[in-house]
Design a protein around this ligand. Structure first.
Ligand code: MN
Ligand code: MN
Length: 469
């Protein structure tokens, strides 16, 4: 065979994932940069699930979405929030609901530290707040760094107080002190990492000023209570009916001298929340009814009323169908859900250059190669996997290819190494077609996750193509 023929054969037969930067046309660059700027603003405004619901609502209203009203007066672009922690947006299509939806689901919770219901105590002349970490974190990453407090307190009379401290430049921050290396040899250094940092030591320094003289009992704790009372009208018992989330302080940043990456807290999974939001906000007059669902509690197993195992989607759909003049019988709901095509939009762990040994490099997602389609998640014998069908994979691949989307196939980790679950399996229970598809991210679950602006841009385009398919 001649060299030219071999080249031709190679091009025709070999699957060659593309780097988004190579595929990008020069006139797409301004849009990519604007997308990155807007994404960072979204991340800064949405550091908790409640803040994400508020930010998504504001953006939806700006784009002409109305609260869903089952009497049908809200029009074709509607939204609904549930418990301030779940959000759904829908644009109704030309076809009836019974022909199925185009659904993208992402999660708006992220690993963090939650305050315990009775958090405040003092020790060695410092006041502290006790925490319980939420989701899978490497505990040492949360020590010795500035942290911010975001919370909602509900008083016994129902009044609500929202608190944010540590985000403004002039705000104080909280922090968890770590032991000096000089004395850390036995209690940390000689232990396994998983045992060296007990959860009960993740206590936040919250004060060091005493109230009154030495005769006052617990005067450092009392000083903080006094401060919280003067500033927010709170008493200690109010903390029992509160949700305080401790997150890394400060804004999202560009990373690298070329600024082509984004470093920020909570990109798992607000990168998918943002990209699916951008896709649905731009949508006009789709063929099928398009839905963006934002759930909570993914990081702790999707349990609870606001997790993906909750049946809230059914309630929303019933209202949506009623608003369209369709009868939302349970049979009609089941029919709609079974005909639905869905994307479980969650980030994937990108191939880590320093730890390539935990990945299987032929099937690992790479930063910058566009959104990653994972036929299945799970590990060690595909346990806990929602395995998308070849039929559905074929359909989605066709959609992306026809729309010139740069995408990749990728799985998380080696077969025996572990991996992550997503919400796909909980929606698959309805019998819908669903597959995981989201950008890959480095440093996942750390206080500073790293994504590629190229993937951000391409993921919005991929979700747009999916909604229009
Ligand atoms: Mn996730
Ligand atoms: Mn996660």
């Amino acid at each position: 065979m001649k060299k030219a023929e071999i080249k031709k054969l190679e091009k025709a037969l070999k699957h060659q994932p593309r780097l988004v930067w190579d595929a990008l046309k020069p006139d797409q660059r301004p849009e990519l940069d604007e997308r990155a700027r807007d994404y960072k603003a979204f991340l800064d405004a949405a550091k908790t699930e409640r803040e994400a619901v508020r930010e998504i609502t504001a953006r939806a209203e700006k784009a002409g979405f109305k609260p869903l009203d089952s009497d049908g007066r809200s029009g074709r672009r509607v939204y609904a929030a549930f418990m301030d922690k779940v959000m759904v947006l829908a644009v109704t299509g030309r076809r009836p609901s019974s022909e199925g939806l185009r659904l993208i689901v992402s999660h708006i919770d992220a690993p963090r530290l939650d305050l315990k219901p009775r958090p405040l105590y003092e020790d060695v002349n410092l006041a502290f707040l006790k925490t319980h970490y939420y989701g899978g974190i490497k505990k040492y990453q949360w020590m010795s760094r500035p942290l911010a407090l975001h919370g909602r307190v509900v008083k016994a009379d129902g009044r609500m107080v929202d608190v944010v401290v540590g985000e403004d430049r002039d705000d104080p921050v909280l922090t968890i002190s770590d032991l000096l290396p000089h004395l850390a040899g036995k209690v940390q250094g000689d232990k396994k990492v998983s045992e060296a940092f007990p959860g009960e030591k993740l206590n936040l320094v919250v004060g060091s000023l005493p109230l009154g003289d030495e005769e006052v009992k617990e005067r450092f704790k009392l000083a903080i209570l006094d401060l919280m009372h003067r500033r927010w009208g709170l008493i200690e018992e109010d903390l029992i009916s509160a949700e305080f989330e401790v997150v890394p302080a400060g804004p999202a940043r560009d990373v690298g001298l070329d600024g082509a990456l984004i470093g920020a807290y909570g990109q798992d999974d607000r990168m998918c929340a943002y990209t699916s939001l951008a896709a649905i906000l731009a949508l006009k007059d789709p063929e099928y009814t398009c839905v963006a669902l934002y759930v909570d509690k993914e990081e702790t197993g999707s349990d609870g009323a606001t997790g993906a195992r909750s049946r809230y989607l059914e309630s929303f759909l019933a209202d949506l169908m009623a608003a369209r003049g369709e009868t939302p019988s349970s049979a009609a709901l089941r029919q709609t859900l079974i005909e639905t095509r869905a994307i479980s939009a969650d980030v994937n762990g990108a191939l880590d250059p320093d730890y390539q040994e935990v990945h299987e490099k032929y099937n690992a997602a790479r930063l910058g190669y566009g959104p990653c389609v994972s036929k299945y998640t799970g590990s060690r014998g595909k346990y806990g996997a929602s395995d998308a069908s070849a039929e559905y994979m074929g359909w989605l691949r066709g959609v992306f290819n026809r729309n010139d989307i740069v995408w990749q196939s990728g799985l998380m980790g080696k077969v025996d190494e572990g991996g992550g679950g997503t919400v796909a399996m909980f929606l698959a229970q309805y019998g819908m077609q669903i597959v995981d598809c989201g950008p890959s991210v480095l440093n996942v679950h750390s206080p500073f996750e790293i994504s590629s602006k190229a993937d951000l841009y391409m993921t919005v385009r991929a979700y747009q193509a999916f909604y229009r398919a």
